[in-house]
Design a protein around this ligand. Structure first.
Ligand code: GAR
Length: 201
């Protein structure tokens, strides 16, 4: 059985696009079962529809409690028999309700070399800090923000004439390579977690 992915997005969806293409050209043996956005205007929804993938908008604004929003997400993903959840520019913090529903089966991509520069403005924060190297991290999601076991990282140099925008653009190119590769690694199985280390087969 081909593993089924569920993608959560909030915006542009360029990482979603990279995953769609990796599935399309056979680099990734998986089916994208569902794309959920918490933002009705997310550009990524259009990308998913163009690829013939089912989409759903679940707005966090419709729920008073974070847990109830998370429950609605879980229900939709379960209804689509999702094996692995991929957060791709999903800008909401998930509670234990969601994380416990998919143990060791939620991935996130973050535009810095974690644990440096967690949060919503990682590229700008790295640039302001004066880091000489930044990059991308794909990690398993646990209850701590941007802190689960690291599956894959790739570094990107910060150049003297970079702006936060040029740095973000170069990191993004690396994200598009890293995310499909990290998903492939996780789906291949045979890995284990030792302490907080992801140890591949
Ligand atoms: C990406 O750079 C992703 O790493 C980042 O949001 C962007 C989404 O772009 N995620 C985070 O900062 C999570 N903390 P995309 O919608 O084009 O994939």
């Amino acid at each position: 059985m081909t593993p089924r992915l569920g993608l959560l997005i909030s915006g542009r969806g360029s990482n979603l696009q990279a995953i769609i293409e990796a599935v399309g050209d056979g680099r990734l043996e998986a089916t994208i079962a569902l794309v959920i956005s918490n933002q009705a205007e997310a550009g990524g929804l259009e990308r998913a529809r163009n690829a013939g993938i089912e989409t759903l908008v679940i707005s966090h604004l419709a729920y008073e409690r974070r847990e109830d929003f998370d429950r609605a997400l879980v229900e939709a993903l379960r209804a689509h028999r999702v094996d692995l959840v991929c957060l791709a520019g999903f800008m909401r913090r998930l509670t234990a309700v969601f994380i416990d529903a998919f143990p060791r089966a939620i991935l996130n991509i973050h535009p810095s070399l974690l644990p440096a520069f967690p949060g919503a403005h990682a590229q700008r924060d790295a640039w302001r800090h004066g880091a000489k190297v930044s990059g991308v991290t794909v990690h398993l999601v646990d209850v701590n923000l941007d802190a689960g076991p690291i599956v894959l990282q790739a570094s990107v140099p910060v150049l003297p004439d970079d702006t936060p925008e040029t740095l973000a653009a170069r990191i993004l190119e690396e994200e598009h390579r890293a995310y499909p590769e990290a998903i492939r690694l996780v789906l291949a199985g045979g890995w284990r977690i030792e302490g907080r280390r992801f140890v591949p087969r």
